[in-house]
Design a protein around this ligand. Structure first.
Ligand code: ATP
Ligand code: MG
Length: 144
């Protein structure tokens, strides 16, 4: 049976400058397992997308609210990254995951965030309740 070998928990205000901080903190912790440059890049991308979604969509971009991040390193070199918010939630998760679906206004959002998370990790699960918040869980198995 695989065990959790190591775990990091982070709680950050949903400010845009914390997107880079979250990405760096998660990648510094995952670096304990000596991932390849590519694996680390994949994780950084996926974390960026999830954290940006919490900042922009869950809390509406005004810097209010908290983002909860939990990273677990398992004995079989699987890692999980869970990113949660207590923001507005998503009405239809399946639709939100479709490429190009966005509720964002302006040119910055193109509806590719969930696709990026799915593409650069081994598994993505999204749980959400309207008015309660969203939890994104990503898994990735690192090279042996
Ligand atoms: N944490 C969240 N809270 C509330 N709604 C969310 C959250 N994450 C995603 N969404 C909803 O899902 C949609 C799709 O998210 P996705 O990341 O795929 O695209 P996007 O954020 O709109 O654009 P992009 O990521 O390409 O900038 C968002 O437009 C938003 O409506
Ligand atoms: Mg997004």
């Amino acid at each position: 049976m695989k065990r959790i070998e190591n775990e990091m928990k982070l709680r950050l205000p949903a400010k845009s400058e914390n997107e880079g901080a979250a990405r760096s903190a998660v990648s510094a912790f995952v670096a304990i397992l000596n991932p390849t440059v590519e694996e680390l890049g994949d994780i950084r991308l996926a974390v960026s997308e999830a954290v940006t979604n919490a900042i922009v969509h869950a809390y509406g971009g005004d810097g209010e609210g908290l983002i909860y991040i939990s990273v677990r390193l398992y004995s079989d070199r699987e890692i999980t990254v869970e990113i949660s918010d207590k923001g507005c939630g998503i009405e239809d998760v399946e639709r939100a995951k479709e490429p190009f679906y966005t509720t964002g206004s302006g040119e910055e959002r193109c509806g590719m965030g969930f696709l990026v998370m799915q593409t650069f990790t081994d598994a993505l699960s999204v749980k959400s309740k309207v008015g309660r918040g969203t939890t994104v869980l990503m898994r990735k198995k690192l090279h042996p």
